[in-house]
Design a protein around this ligand. Structure first.
Ligand code: TXA
Ligand code: MG
Length: 337
C-alpha cells in the first residue's frame, strides 16, 4: 500500500471520508498529536486500528466528534457539571469520559461501560469530523509504545506502507496528548494529565482529583493506558533529577564509545556543552517543553545511542503532563523494539 501525505483540501477530505466509510483508517492532525482515525461504529475498522498500531487489546480508544455533533447519540448521561467544562475548554485538549450508550463498537471501550469523547480544536480535525459526521476513534498515530507523532512526517515514519492517507495539518501546537478526565462521578477525576490542568478544571467545577493507579488487589484499573510503557524513543534512555549525576553519566557513556545526547531545559544546557555531546533544548516555558518534547525524542533516537534526559525544575500545573510523558519515555531502557 502506498501512503500519501496530503494537505487538507475538499478533495483530500472526500478521499478521507471514502476511506473511513469503506472501513479503512486515516491519520488526522489535532492540536495535541496526530491520530489514527477510524469509524467508531465499525467493528472491523476499530480492530484494524488496534492491529496496525500493535495496541494492547485492553486499552480503550477516544471517540472524536465535531463541535456540533449531537452527543446524546453516544453518551447515556450528561453529568450536571459537564456542560460547564465543555463551555470552558472545548473544542480543545480535554477528553471527557462519560457513561456510554453502547452504540459505538464494543471494541472502542474494551468492555468498559464508559466512552471517552474528545472535541479537538484543530481546524483540520474539525473539517474532517464535519465531513464524516460520525464519531471517529483516534489513538495517537504511533506504533504502540513509540513516541507520539506531532507532524505528518512522524506518522509517515511509523506507518509508511500500512495506511493509505495522512492528512497534513502542520506541526501540532500542544505537543502532548489531551487531558483525560472521568466525569462519571460526583467530582471530575483526571486519568491522564495534559495541558488542561487539575487547577483549571477545579477552577470551573470547584473540585478535581487526580487518579493514581496504585491498585488494590482485585481492583479494576480505570484507565488501562496509564499502566503501559509509552512514548519511548528507540535508543537507551535515562532520566536524571540531579544535574551533576547526569554530567557523570554523560561522560561515562562517552568513554564507553557511545554517541550521547542530552535533553534538558534551556538554562541547564551550558552544564552539558562539551565536545561530542548532542544537545536538545526543551525550552523554557511549560508550553514550549510540551510542544517540543516528542519531536526531540524522535530526533534523539536517530542521532544517538544513549539519551540522558534531565528533569526540568518546574513542577505542577502544565508541567504535570510534560513530566508524566518524559518519565514514561525514559522507562524504556529494557524495551526491545
Ligand atoms: O490528544 C489525544 O487524546 C490524542 C489525539 C489523537 O486526540 N489521542 C490519544 O489517544 O492520545 P490514545 O489512544 O493514545 O490515548 C487514549 C487514552 C488512553 O490512556 C486510554 O486508556 C484512555 O485514553 N481512555 C480511552 N477510553 C477510556 C475510557 N472509556 N475510560 C478511561 N480511559 C479511557
Ligand atoms: Mg497514545
Amino acid at each position: 500500500m502506498t501512503t500519501h501525505i496530503k494537505q487538507i483540501t475538499s478533495e483530500s477530505l472526500s478521499e478521507a471520508k471514502k476511506i473511513i466509510f469503506d472501513g479503512g483508517v486515516v491519520a488526522i492532525p489535532t492540536e495535541t498529536v496526530y491520530g489514527l482515525g477510524g469509524n467508531a461504529f465499525d467493528d472491523s475498522a476499530v480492530e484494524k486500528i488496534f492491529a496496525v498500531k500493535g495496541r494492547p487489546a485492553d486499552n480503550p480508544l477516544i471517540a472524536h466528534v465535531h463541535k456540533e455533533y449531537d452527543l446524546s447519540n453516544i453518551i447515556d448521561y450528561d453529568p450536571p457539571y459537564a456542560k460547564a467544562l465543555r463551555e470552558a475548554f472545548l473544542p480543545g485538549p480535554l477528553t471527557l469520559v462519560y457513561p456510554s450508550t453502547g452504540k459505538v463498537s464494543p471494541c472502542v471501550s474494551c468492555g468498559l461501560n464508559t466512552l471517552a469523547v474528545r472535541i479537538p480544536a484543530h481546524e483540520g480535525a474539525q473539517a474532517f469530523l464535519r465531513a464524516v459526521d460520525i464519531p471517529v476513534v483516534a489513538p495517537s498515530a504511533n506504533i504502540s509504545k513509540h513516541v507520539s507523532p506531532t507532524s505528518a512526517q512522524h506518522v509517515f515514519e511509523d506507518f509508511n506502507g500500512k495506511i493509505p492517507l495522512i492528512l497534513d495539518g502542520g506541526a501540532c501546537e500542544g505537543g502532548i496528548e489531551s487531558t483525560v478526565c472521568d466525569i462519571t462521578g460526583d467530582i471530575p477525576v483526571i486519568l491522564r494529565p495534559g495541558l488542561i490542568t487539575k487547577e483549571m478544571i477545579a477552577g470551573v467545577v470547584g473540585a478535581c482529583e487526580e487518579y493514581t493507579p496504585a491498585l488494590q488487589e482485585g481492583e479494576k484499573v480505570k484507565s488501562p493506558g496509564v499502566l503501559y510503557k509509552h512514548y519511548a524513543p528507540r535508543c537507551k534512555t535515562a532520566l536524571y533529577t540531579d544535574t551533576a549525576e547526569a554530567v557523570n553519566a554523560c561522560q561515562a557513556e562517552k568513554r564507553a564509545g557511545k554517541r550521547v545526547a542530552v535533553l534538558c531545559e534551556e538554562e541547564k544546557l551550558p552544564c552539558f556543552a562539551r565536545e561530542g555531546v548532542i544537545l536538545f533544548n526543551l525550552g523554557k516555558t511549560e508550553e514550549e517543553m510540551a510542544s517540543r518534547l516528542y519531536g526531540l525524542l524522535r530526533e534523539a533516537e536517530k542521532a544517538c545511542d544513549t539519551l540522558i534526559a534531565v528533569k526540568p525544575t518546574k513542577q505542577g500545573g502544565k508541567m504535570t503532563g510534560v513530566l508524566n510523558r518524559l518519565t514514561k519515555a525514559c522507562l524504556s531502557v529494557d524495551i526491545k523494539h
